[in-house]
Design a protein around this ligand. Structure first.
Ligand code: UGA
Length: 457
């Protein structure tokens, strides 16, 4: 029965459903998006896909045209589908009630209404987007109020836990798949149908079935707990710098405790990405709505600590460079929010460059993946009051790390790209003004080795 899948797509929906197509050749998967340029990119003969994700091209090569299709014809795809993943954007609201913390559910609602209007047969509708707790309830109300006779809609929550940069390996080998449903016979039957899809490649003990609200909340909770680890280790990094302890050694010692574990304890210039901040703010908003101000304040502090870490880092650069960086050249290596992705949403690099701009420094940026047009768009958005040509007088985008470091006083590592470990640091040192400083916002390079070359690290 479950032969036709449809994804109303945004970032994670594409890779997830492409992997379903590869693993389930008996299921026809259609990914739709209203944005024609994106669909053309998915369909491009030379596989210039709209997102950079290691391994994604192989997945699309294997299934595209076989049982994986990309289309802008949303209505036709809705009509044909048995199961629909709603994977649309849920950004933080910028205005109106809950501005700055609540999720904007406009796209989810529009997609839901479209399904209700177009569908002529029963469907399972799966929330894939990260949504506030109890969104499924609103979706159900909209679907039921607008559906045609004899059309039944069952709603499932199936949050995505993949991380960017490792999306394909995460999807092939997930720690767990979470499926939430109403605990009614119909809800459980819908859940079983989705379980049987994942069971094609995920061991059944890793497929967890729970209630709808638990599933929705688990997604926010998982990201909040991960981000909290980074803010905790970053808070400790400030204490390390004040006391002479070494944060890498501290993290290593803590991580050896099997109750804590070693992952997600890397001190950094702060976490970025489209998920952590948005999801924690979502949790803050939920807590406030439930009249739990202490709980809201607790989670908000995770985000505030992250802002503090970014500010602390740029202040450290200024203080170290003899309290002024005016007209000094700073090389910023990395612009993406983390390695192995071209995604720049909430990237720490944006905040750092903005801080350096306001100190009137000259900034050279290099990133191996991010498009130049994206860098300009992000810097413009960060400083809307400054005209782009003024930004471009201060900021130069370079095509290699070495080029970015030429005549610079300081190198700032903002993203943990592996290639920055393999830079010819001797050559960099020769090209820089002296004293030459390195500020490693990712604890990526061998500080001792750099000091031997002559850098101040
Ligand atoms: C995150 C979660 O890790 C995924 O499980 C989740 O599915 C996803 O959000 C989502 O909600 O869609 P992602 O934002 O892609 O994934 O990337 P992460 O690997 O979690 O990194 C987030 C940020 O934390 C990056 O800026 C990274 O550099 C930083 N980070 C990570 C640290 O500063 N230190 C660490 O130890 C780990």
């Amino acid at each position: 029965m479950w032969e036709n899948f449809l994804t109303l797509s945004e970032a994670p929906g594409g890779p997830t459903c492409a992997v379903i197509a590869v693993k389930c050749p008996h299921i026809q998967v259609t990914i739709v998006d209203l944005n024609e340029a994106r669909i053309n990119a998915w369909n491009s003969p030379d596989f210039k896909l709209p997102i950079y994700e290691p391994g994604l091209e192989d997945v699309v090569r294997e299934a595209r045209g076989r049982n994986l299709f990309f289309s802008t014809n949303v209505d036709k795809a809705i009509e044909e589908a048995d199961l629909i993943f709603v994977s649309v954007n849920t950004p933080t609201k910028k205005s109106g009630v809950g501005a700055g913390s609540a999720a904007d559910l406009n796209y989810v609602e529009r997609a839901t209404r479209r399904i209700a209007t177009v569908a002529n047969s029963s469907k399972i509708v799966v929330e894939k987007s990260t949504v506030p707790c109890r969104t499924a309830e609103s979706m159900r109300t909209i679907l039921e109020a607008n559906s045609k006779p004899n059309c039944r809609f069952d709603i499932l929550s199936n949050p995505e836990f993949l991380a960017e940069g490792t999306a394909i390996t995460d999807l092939y080998n997930p720690d767990r798949v979470l499926i939430g449903s109403l605990q009614t016979p119909e809800g459980k039957a819908a859940s079983d149908a989705l379980v049987s899809v994942y069971a094609n490649w995920v061991p059944t003990e890793r497929i967890l079935t729970v209630g709808l609200w638990s599933s929705e909340l688990s997604k926010l909770a998982a990201n909040a707990m991960l981000a909290q680890r980074i803010s905790s280790i970053n808070a400790l990094s400030a204490i390390c710098e004040a006391t002479g302890a070494n944060i890498d050694e501290v993290a290593h010692a803590i991580g050896y405790d099997s109750r804590v574990g070693p992952k997600f304890l890397k001190a950094s210039v702060g976490f970025g990405g489209s998920c952590f901040q948005k999801d924690i703010l979502n949790l803050v908003y939920l807590s406030e709505s439930c009249h739990l101000p202490e709980v809201a304040a607790y989670w908000r502090q995770v985000v505030e600590m992250n802002e503090y870490q970014k500010r602390r880092f740029s202040k450290r650069v200024v203080d170290t460079l003899f309290n002024t960086i005016t007209d000094k050249r700073i090389a910023v290596l990395g612009f993406a929010f983390k390695a192995d992705t071209g995604d720049t949403r909430e990237s720490a690099a944006i905040t750092l460059i903005k801080d350096f701009q306001s100190e009137r420094a000259l900034i050279n940026v290099y990133d191996p993946q991010v498009e130049h047009s994206q860098i300009w768009a992000d810097l413009q958005e960060a400083s809307p009051q400054v005209p782009l040509d003024a930004i471009q007088k201060q900021v130069t985008i370079c095509s290699s790390a070495l080029e970015a470091c030429k005549d610079a006083e300081a190198v700032v590592i903002a993203t943990e790209w592996k290639e920055f470990q393999e830079i010819d640091w001797e050559a960099v040192y020769q090209k820089m003004n002296k004293p030459a400083f390195v500020f490693d916002g990712r604890l990526l390079v061998d500080a001792e080795k750099l000091r031997q070359i002559g850098f101040k690290v």
